[in-house]
Design a protein around this ligand. Structure first.
Ligand SMILES: NC(=O)C1=CN([C@@H]2O[C@H](COP(=O)(O)OP(=O)(O)OC[C@H]3O[C@@H](n4cnc5c(N)ncnc54)[C@H](OP(=O)(O)O)[C@@H]3O)[C@@H](O)[C@H]2O)C=CC1
Ligand SMILES: N[C@@H](CC=O)C(=O)O
Length: 324
């Protein structure tokens, strides 16, 4: 059986969750991919951090080119976070004939066309399922089995950190600052949580969803965006008195043929399906002109749910590599 070799950029929260997913389910993943899959090189600054996975010292490198220029490596997984150097690294990997998998919504949303075109020009796969909705296979669904639809609306809770914060403030009356700290400890939040709480992370995800579902690229900074930093316990209590919950909602809708979109905290009646989505769970409502209404639900953040999506992309590409 062929061995597909993988280079991993970043062994933080999600890098470790991805590595662990492969360790936990290796036999099953390799049987499905019909090849062996080995993470042979890892770009990471901190090689001594306690990680609860088995990594050999010789797997670590500080030189990204030793991954991009290694003829044995088929797939590069980018899990560094941030727009740069992540984008440059992904482009370099593609230009060196490597397939690329990432969870990095900031980089994908900022450079969508460039990354897609470079992958096409170099005949490599570029997959980013984990960039939207963590473990929820929403991108796969809208680009494969739902592709026969014209999409009319996408509405969702797309950020685990802010949904966790709002849930804990609503259900237990906890303080914003304390809950944000817990979300960071649990590995839900971005390295700089400003992107989460200001709604920027959701705007990145909505930008990716719109590019794929509506074939319309809107830069994240052009999406009207409000985060949750101004939401107080008083706002939450007032909403509760009116039988409502406050949720950070991403919305994209075709109105008279024109795409309208926004990210903002929204009061939803308790009976609304999205009002019952709690903690780090995400949910995406999709309406297509043939399929009608669909709901996708699952963990939108955290090392293993996200690792599941990353490894799913790797598995699909490895299947193709294994056949060559
Ligand atoms: N957290 C989550 O639930 C989810 C995260 N994502 C995305 O996954 C990606 C990774 O996130 P996460 O794992 O939480 O982030 P972390 O900050 O935990 O991990 C990134 C790792 O990469 C290392 N790193 C960064 N830049 C370099 C570099 N130039 N050279 C070598 N090592 C580097 C960091 O080292 P150091 O610590 O020294 O900077 C760190 O160990 C992000 O794009 C994020 O948006 C997607 C879905 C869910
Ligand atoms: N920080 C993000 C991680 C997943 O995309 C979130 O909280 O949803």
């Amino acid at each position: 059986m062929k061995t597909v070799q993988v280079g991993l950029l970043g062994l933080g929260n999600i890098g470790t969750g991805t590595y662990k997913t492969l360790e936990m389910n290796k036999a099953q993943i390799e049987a499905a991919a019909e090849c062996k899959i080995e993470i042979t090189k890892i770009l990471e600054r901190d090689v001594d951090r306690e990680r609860d996975i088995t990594v050999r010292p010789e797997q670590f490198t500080q030189d990204p080119d030793s991954i991009f220029k290694d003829p044995e490596i088929d797939i590069v997984i980018e899990l560094l976070g941030g727009i740069e150097p992540a984008t440059t690294f992904m482009l370099s990997a593609m230009e060196n004939g490597k397939h690329v998998v990432t969870a990095n919504k900031a980089a994908v949303a900022a450079n969508f066309d460039k990354l897609m075109n470079t992958a096409r020009e170099n005949g490599v796969e570029f997959r980013f399922e984990a960039s939207v909705g963590g473990g929820i296979p929403i991108l796969n669904a809208i680009t494969t089995v739902l592709r026969s639809n014209q999409f009319e609306e996408i509405l969702g809770i797309l950020n685990g950190t802010t949904n966790y914060i709002l849930t804990q403030m609503t259900e237990y009356g906890l303080r914003y600052e304390d809950v944000l700290k817990k979300a960071q400890e649990k590995g839900f939040a971005e390295a700089d949580p400003t992107a989460d709480v200001e709604g920027i992370d959701v705007a990145n995800k909505l930008s990716i969803l719109m590019a794929l579902a509506f074939d319309t690229y809107v830069a994240p900074e052009d999406i009207p965006t409000t985060g949750i930093t101004q939401i107080t316990r008083k706002d939450i209590t007032s909403a509760a008195v009116n039988g409502c919950k406050i949720k950070l909602i991403a919305s994209a809708k075709l109105v008279d043929g024109k795409l309208e979109y926004s990210v903002k905290p929204t009061q939803l009646p308790n009976s609304h399906p999205l009002a019952s989505i709690n903690n780090e769970f995400n949910a995406v409502f999709v309406k297509g002109n043939a399929v009608d209404e669909l709901m996708f639900y699952g963990k939108g953040a955290g090392p293993l749910p996200t690792g599941s999506a990353v490894m799913g992309d790797v598995l699909e590409i490895a299947k193709l590599c294994g056949r060559k």
